[in-house]
Ligand binder design. Structure first.
Ligand code: GLU
Length: 342
């Protein structure tokens, strides 16, 4: 029956039981193929509006897949550190949902795609909320909610949970943090408008400091894939068994990643790739295949929207080769509903 098949790179449909024995080999082969297909692509520019980001090596390119049964498959530069940047927005949103509750968060930040750039100064005209937590205005609001809930312990809490999700102790890239804090005047303007709109209820500098720090957490592509596998695994790190995120908050986070995670390319991404994802100007993209995989790409050359050029191209190929799209014919939907249909 076609529904039991998985599309493979070889074009030969494999059954799930075949994949279990051949799984490692299949993922490694796919990653290597995707990596060599795109390694010569030198389009795009490394971000330099945060001066320290311009020091990234433009040719670095890494791909990683982490599975919910604890395996990691990689190709290329998967141990090069880079800053998580906007990918942190998805994770802090998840933490805010857990700490403050869905309704309290929704009262201050919406879940509608904005169609605007990540640093746009636009708010919902009716209630003055930022459109969603994946743009800077929304993420600074979420940082404010975390500061309200946790006071001066907010950054340690964020760092602990991100580390639990990655399955190893992460650290702050102090140089990027200082560079961002020194030059983040647009984000300061946004924070003051959020205060005026009464969605930010802590001093703007407190929310901004948490925001600049969370964006400056240093990760590798392997870390990001493992964080993705933790989200895919209902918030529990598949290797350590530690719970990093709350189950219901994960569902809400993945939904917003699906609709808003890729800047003003989110619609195209949902159309072509079809997995919840979040990108950052450090060059990382994190994708999640619910209950199955975390996928990460790292390549710091960005397109004009701020997305990694080789990252998008790699995800496109991976989605095609592995049948990842949420609406692909290989994805059969809820098994619970299937039992009711039968
Ligand atoms: N820290 C960056 C900023 O606020 C994050 C941008 C991004 O990764 O989209 O500009």
């Amino acid at each position: 029956m076609p529904g039991d098949m998985v599309i493979s790179l070889s074009g030969v449909g494999m059954r799930p039981e075949d994949l279990q024995t051949a799984g490692r080999h299949e993922f490694d082969t796919v990653l290597e193929q995707v990596w060599s297909t795109h390694r010569e692509n030198r389009q795009g520019m490394v971000a330099d509006y945060i001066p320290e980001l311009s020091k990234a090596a433009p040719d670095d390119f890494g791909l990683a897949i982490a599975t919910t049964n604890g395996r990691l498959h990689t190709a290329g530069n998967v141990e090069v550190p880079f800053t998580i940047q906007s990918i942190s927005k998805a994770l802090t949103f998840c933490l805010a949902l857990e700490l403050a509750g869905r309704d309290a968060v929704l009262a201050r930040v919406g879940v509608e795609p904005s169609g605007d750039a990540f640093n746009a100064i636009v708010f919902d005209p009716v209630n003055k909320r930022p459109f969603n937590p994946m743009v800077n205005a929304g993420a600074i609001t979420v940082a404010g909610i975390l500061c309200e809930a946790l006071g001066t312990g907010a950054f340690d809490f964020v760092m602990d949970r991100f580390s639990d999700a990655a399955g190893r102790r992460l650290s702050l890239d102090d140089a990027v943090y200082r560079s961002e804090a020194e030059t983040g005047h647009r984000n300061r303007a946004i924070a003051h408008l959020l205060l005026a709109n009464d969605v930010l209820r802590v001093p703007p500098e407190d929310a901004l400091d948490l925001y600049f720090r969370q964006c400056s957490i240093s990760v590798t592509a392997s870390d990001l894939a493992r964080i993705g596998a933790t989200l895919a695994n209902m918030g529990e790190n598949p290797v350590t068994g530690r719970a990093a995120f709350e189950l219901r908050a994960v569902r809400n986070t993945l939904a917003v990643m699906f609709t808003c995670g890729m800047y003003d390319y989110a619609g195209n991404w949902a159309y072509d790739i079809g997995v919840p994802a979040k990108s950052g100007v450090g060059g990382g993209i994190l994708g999640v295949v619910n209950r199955q995989l975390g996928i990460a790409t790292y390549s710091p050359r960005l397109d004009t929207r701020g997305n990694s050029v080789r990252g998008i191209a790699s995800f496109e190929l991976l989605a095609e080769e592995l049948g990842l799209h949420a609406f692909d014919c290989t994805n059969m939907g809820s098994s619970f509903v299937s039992t009711l249909i039968r």
